[in-house]
Ligand binder design. Structure first.
Ligand code: GDP
Ligand code: IMO
Ligand code: MG
Length: 425
């Protein structure tokens, strides 16, 4: 289950819907930069690190090794959900291999944004990039399992000293050294609170896959934010497209039988970077208002635009999508006409492949096809044949241009506001 745009495609809703048909739900990359929403029985839940399968107590939820964990954030999320009546105990397993976010990672996120000379990436400031940087760099990384080892205090102190040195060099003002004793005391407390959940998720998932248990992998972010295949450098620091499932969870591709690609019926983006079909006008504002397009995590207004079939055809192929789940179609009701980007024009040439370099992507002009809209609201529609003809034509055309069949249409945030067209068949 993968987002095919720049995130916020309503992955949370689809995971929640599919949870019942699965034994295990796994988050495998990203961290508290994600903000997934589940709406059920009129109640709205926001999830950042915990898999969206958590509302079904029979399902085992797993935070796998590829996720970067801010323990303070995770503990708060657990407590908030428990206070809302959600059961969280042994049904949440967290990888001892997952890397930990420390206060210095958030400082580094902030300082790096300030010294960047180009357009800002506009990160969520949750320390995600700096933590992944340390993971790949190895020398200054600390994993969740390290908190339970006898040399944790010493290790933390060494890393904090090195970070004081590095962060001091990044600022003009005097850098106040961090209190490693205090950080240790706080993290030792976190370690105790999380202990009942921590284990070897790789072994657990491999055993489950061998036993033919049904596993649902919940991606965070979207494929266009993938570190290797997205709109680099305006991306996140993990493999958020389908290619990341195996590296993030430890489960090899041979166990993956279906890939659901989640798309909005239009496009949004939060943060910096090129966005060819962006509508910086009244139409864009209408989409933002109707779709309530404000960030779940940072509350920033999301940039809005028409559906980009060039970008999604690319990410659907990249992520090996079997079926599409088309979300927020109701937001497009009442538009007189709708546009879909079918190709780009770049330096006088028409192209259908997604450019590898952001500077080329900045230069493209979208080639649009215009379709008639529909006037009626569709939030109460529950079957394909009850959708207005123009809405049906619109989704069929999206699917045709992307080159993948659709299996679900969503017409509202609630679980029930869904038209299942055989997503899992
Ligand atoms: P995620 O990060 O991919 O899980 O998506 P977000 O939760 O950040 O953003 C999706 C938003 O759209 C949430 O507020 C959902 O409650 C809402 N939503 C989901 N599906 C629909 C839909 O079909 N129509 C409308 N209007 N809102 C939806
Ligand atoms: P979900 O899972 C939308 C964006 C940020 C920024 C870039 C890098 O809810 O779809 P980071 O903090 O990851 O280093 O920021 O990625 N971004 C998201 N945009 N949805 C998300 O997650 C995002 N997670 C990160 O806005 O542009
Ligand atoms: Mg989100």
């Amino acid at each position: 289950m993968v987002g095919l745009q720049w995130g916020d495609e309503a992955k949370g809703k689809v995971v929640d819907l599919l949870t019942e048909q699965n034994d295990i739900v796994v988050r495998y990359q990203g961290g508290a930069n994600a903000g997934h929403t589940v709406v059920t029985d009129g109640k709205k839940y926001k999830l950042s690190l915990i898999p969206s399968g958590i509302f079904n107590p029979k399902v085992q939820c797993v935070i796998a090794s590829g996720v970067v964990i801010d323990p303070a954030f995770l503990i708060t999320e657990i407590k908030t959900l428990r206070s809302q009546g959600v059961e969280i105990g042994k049904n949440l397993l967290i990888s001892d291999r997952a890397h930990l976010i420390f206060p210095w990672h958030k400082e580094e996120d902030r300082l790096m944004d300030a010294i960047a000379s180009k357009e800002s990436i506009g990160t969520t400031m949750r320390g995600i990039g700096p933590c992944y940087r340390d993971k790949v760099g190895r020398s200054l990384a600390i994993r969740l399992g390290d908190m339970y080892r006898s040399d944790f205090k010493q290790r933390l102190s060494e890393v904090a000293k090195a970070k004081d040195h590095l962060l001091g060099m990044m600022t003009d003002t005097d850098w106040e050294p961090m209190d490693d004793e205090e950080i240790h005391t706080t993290y030792a407390e976190y370690a105790k609170e999380l202990a009942e959940h921590v284990g070897d998720t790789t072994a657990f998932l491999l055993d489950a896959a061998d036993a033919n248990q049904r596993i649902l992998f919940e991606a965070a972010q979207g494929s266009l934010l993938d570190i290797d295949h997205g709109t680099f450098p305006y991306v996140t620091s993990s493999n958020s497209s389908g290619v990341g499932v195996s590296s993030g969870s430890g489960v090899p591709g041979c166990h993956i039988s279906k890939v659901v690609g989640i798309i909005k019926a239009y496009t949004t983006r939060v943060g910096g970077g090129p966005f060819p079909t962006e509508l910086d006008n009244e139409t864009g504002q209408k989409i933002r208002d109707r779709g309530n397009e404000y960030g779940t995590v940072t509350k920033r207004p999301r940039r809005c635009g028409w559906f980009d079939a060039v970008a999604v055809r690319y990410t659907a192929r990249l992520s090996g999508v079997s079926k599409l789940s088309i979300m927020l179609l109701d937001v497009l009701s009442t538009f007189r006409e709708l546009k879909i980007c079918t190709a780009y024009s770049l330096n006088g040439k028409t192209i259908r492949d997604f450019p590898a370099h952001v500077d080329d992507l900045r230069q493209v002009t979208p080639v649009y096809e215009t379709l008639p809209g529909w006037t009626e609201e569709i939030s109460d529609v529950r079957s394909l044949d009850r959708l207005p003809q123009n809405a049906r034509n619109y989704v069929r055309r999206l699917s045709e241009l992307v080159g993948k069949p659709f299996g679900l249409i969503s017409v509202g945030p609630d679980r029930v506001q869904t038209i299942d067209c055989g997503l899992m068949e």
